[in-house]
Design a protein around this ligand. Structure first.
Ligand code: EPZ
Length: 420
């Protein structure tokens, strides 16, 4: 186990290059199961989730190798159609192999993912979508067993806008026989990135970037090389961290269009942002204004950046309300922020953050990927020393975070510990 030792307060300044999007990589990687051959996925982030997914693909027979930030995949020989619990328990996105395996090989046996720290994470829409395409789905012994002769195109309506269900069922529909029409498909940039890669592979998809996708199934697809889009959540995290420390930070390799909701909220809080091409420079000279947020599916404010906003609003002039309409119980980080001196009240599906807090360092516990980032951010503006335990959560989605923050002026180091 590792922990971070953080000294505060600090002021972040300088330049950081944002990595490729973890949640795009996790969607692009399983697409290699749809067409045997060699793929190069550029700008792949070097983080724990990518390593976990690479090992899962390896267990199916795919050769996966990450060289610097290019992921080499060779799916010429698939030797297994099973995603065991051991993989799935580490990362829910392992379920993304279900759609492509049943579409290309007519079979898949994938462990049901459990919940996670911020609440139940059902997969009913994944299964319902595949059944709509003709897959036979059974759940036995904690496993999803899917079989199909040849999937058949159909209308698939997603009751809830779901990134994962859209990704999984889209990868199945592209090889189904005939036309499929998705309604209420998720709009997240990571879904669009997958759709664009599938089209490069020979899939026929209309309506990309909208909630209605029209797919004409094809018999075969071909392997391709693809660049991964920038990570909008990592970018949001660094922008908010910079504003918290009244810093002056320039982010490179971002797609500002993917960050519109976050950029506008930061400007409302009093930060100054200069957006030029794939670069965003943020400067902040005072305590922030109190600004409420309500998360929503893209292009709304992302749930994956709500914990970071809560940390920021601890410094605000006044109180702010943070509502999560996607994961109403995603506030596990609040008791940890209390240990640093926060005054935050969790209500039904929201929390109210009292601003103007004087924060002092303490030992805190990471609970999930994005919550852990908010603890690091809060520690950087707390007086004195903080220890952040279980940083493996952070390693899942933030490549070399302590190196990057140190380069921006943070005082943070990683230590091995038997504590957990
Ligand atoms: C993706 O998870 C992301 N993960 C999550 O990021 C992100 O928080 C989430 O989308 C929302 O944006 C990846 O992309 C790997 P959903 P996913 O299906 O696909 C409900 C991170 O930090 N739902 O869009 O699991 C669900 O309960 C992670 O990188 C169903 O009811 O999320 C939620 O309320 C954490 N049935 C809503 O839909 C289903 O079958 C949106 O979930 C599926 C989802």
């Amino acid at each position: 186990m590792d922990k971070f030792i953080v000294e505060g307060p600090v002021r972040l300044q300088g330049t950081v290059t944002v990595s490729g999007a973890k949640n795009a990589s996790l969607a692009l990687m399983p697409a290699c199961l749809l067409a045997p051959g060699i793929y190069h996925l550029g700008n792949t982030p070097n983080n724990r989730d990518v390593w976990t997914f690479s090992r899962l693909l390896g267990s199916l027979g795919v050769h996966a190798e990450l060289n610097s930030n290019t992921l080499f995949l060779d799916s010429s020989t698939i030797t297994s159609y099973e995603a065991p619990y051991d993989h799935v328990k580490k990362m829910r996105a392992s379920i993304y192999v279900l759609g492509p395996l049943v579409a290309r090989y007519g079979q898949a046996r994938v462990s049901l993912p459990g919940g996670c720290n911020f609440g139940p994470r059902p997969v009913d829409l994944h299964l319902k979508g595949l059944e709509r395409l003709g897959a036979k789905i059974e759940v036995e012994g904690g496993y999803i067993v899917a079989t199909a002769d040849r999937l058949q195109g159909n209308h698939v309506h997603f009751d809830v806008s779901s990134v994962g269900a859209t990704v999984n069922v889209l990868m199945a529909a592209v090889l189904a026989k005939g036309q499929s029409v998705f309604t209420n498909a998720a709009l997240e940039p990571e879904v669009t990135a997958l759709a664009r890669m599938l089209v490069k592979m020979g899939a026929r998809i209309e309506g990309i970037g909208t909630t209605t996708l029209e797919i004409e199934g094809v018999d075969t697809l071909k392997p391709v090389n693809e660049e991964t889009i920038p990570d909008r959540i990592e970018a949001a995290t660094y922008l908010i961290a910079a504003a918290m420390t009244r810093g002056d930070v320039t982010l490179k390799n971002v797609n500002p269009y993917h960050l519109a909701a976050v950029v506008q909220k930061l400007e409302e809080s009093g930060a100054e942002l200069d957006v030029t091409g794939e670069t965003i420079r943020i400067t902040m000279n005072d305590a922030p204004n109190a600004v409420d947020i309500t998360t929503a599916p893209y292009p709304g404010y992302p749930t994956d950046a709500q914990a970071q906003w809560a940390a920021y609003m601890m410094l605000a002039n006044g109180a702010s309300t943070i509502k999560d309409t996607i994961y109403p119980t995603r506030f596990g980080y609040v008791p940890e922020l209390h240990r640093l001196g926060a005054e935050i009240e969790v209500t039904d599906g929201a929390c109210v953050v009292k601003g103007g807090r004087r924060l002092t360092g303490a030992t805190v516990m990471s609970s999930d990927l994005r919550a852990s980032a908010s603890l690091v951010m809060a520690a950087m503006v707390s007086e004195g020393r903080s220890e952040i335990l279980r940083v493996y959560h952070i390693d899942r989605g933030y490549e070399a975070i302590e190196r990057r923050l140190t380069a921006l002026g943070a005082v943070i180091r990683r230590e091995h510990t038997e504590e957990y």
